[in-house]
Design a protein around this ligand. Structure first.
Ligand code: MG
Length: 239
């Protein structure tokens, strides 16, 4: 028997994880503040932040997303901002800040635990997250949510092509998918492009690289809610 969904009327709910199920960007913001602080003798705040952001984006192709890539980018930006004078002690503080991020407790967003448990009784659930394989798997394990997900996909990037391959692998038509996430660029738009549904739940912080505009022609299957616990009512309305 195929593990695909029984009929075209059945929906699969797919969730982003970072800043959709649990807090993540707040840890990056805290580490960025530490970085700014460490760089005060070399550069002003806005130069430090702009350099770090430029280095992070340039490092996406070689390193991918996640905390380990972020640590390497902090070090590279510090070398540049200090003209090569950054000290081993300062680099040590960046490494420590990164390890703290990796070890940080998984803090679920409001309403997530109950909503995910409730939805898993009615729908097959998938989590699709990008970043370091080990770190993302460890967060899912520590979140207490893992048992609710039928499918877990940890990917290096979230493009329409990547989503197409994931759904095809499981025998799921994109039209059956409702993708829920905090990033228009990574979670919502690529799935809308494939003909699925996209539900946007903005997080209070968004990494500059994840900013995007919703193309007007994709708006019919797009919805926005403020919290995950509004999703069950939205699904009833959509059906
Ligand atoms: Mg996210």
């Amino acid at each position: 028997m195929s593990d695909g969904l029984a009929g075209q009327g059945d929906l699969l709910l797919a969730f982003d994880a970072d800043d959709t199920l649990w807090h993540s960007e707040n840890l990056y913001h805290a580490a960025q503040a530490q970085f700014r602080e460490l760089m005060t003798s070399y550069a002003d705040e806005s130069t430090a932040m702009a350099t770090l952001h430029r280095v992070e984006v340039a490092n996406l192709p070689p390193y991918g997303f996640g905390v380990k890539a972020f640590i390497l980018s902090m070090i590279e930006a510090a070398v540049e901002l200090s003209g090569g004078k950054v000290t081993a002690a300062e680099i040590g503080e960046m490494l420590a800040a990164g390890k703290e991020m990796l070890a940080a407790e998984v803090e679920l967003l409001d309403g997530v635990a109950d909503t995910v448990a409730r939805l898993s009784a009615d729908y097959p659930l998938m989590v699709i997250t990008k970043g370091d394989l080990g770190h993302q798997a460890s967060k899912l394990e520590r979140s207490g949510l893992a048992a609710h997900f039928r499918y877990v996909e940890i990917v290096t990037d979230k493009t329409a092509e990547v989503y197409r391959n994931i759904f095809a692998k499981h025998g799921i038509a994109p039209q059956q998918v409702v993708m829920v996430g905090n990033s228009l660029k990574s979670d919502v738009i690529p799935v809308l492009e494939l003909g699925g549904w996209g539900v946007h739940i903005p997080y209070r912080l968004t990494w500059a690289h994840e900013h995007a505009e919703l193309p007007a022609d994709l708006a019919t299957k797009y919805r926005e809610i403020e919290r995950l616990d509004e999703l069950p009512a939205l699904l009833r309305e959509m059906r």
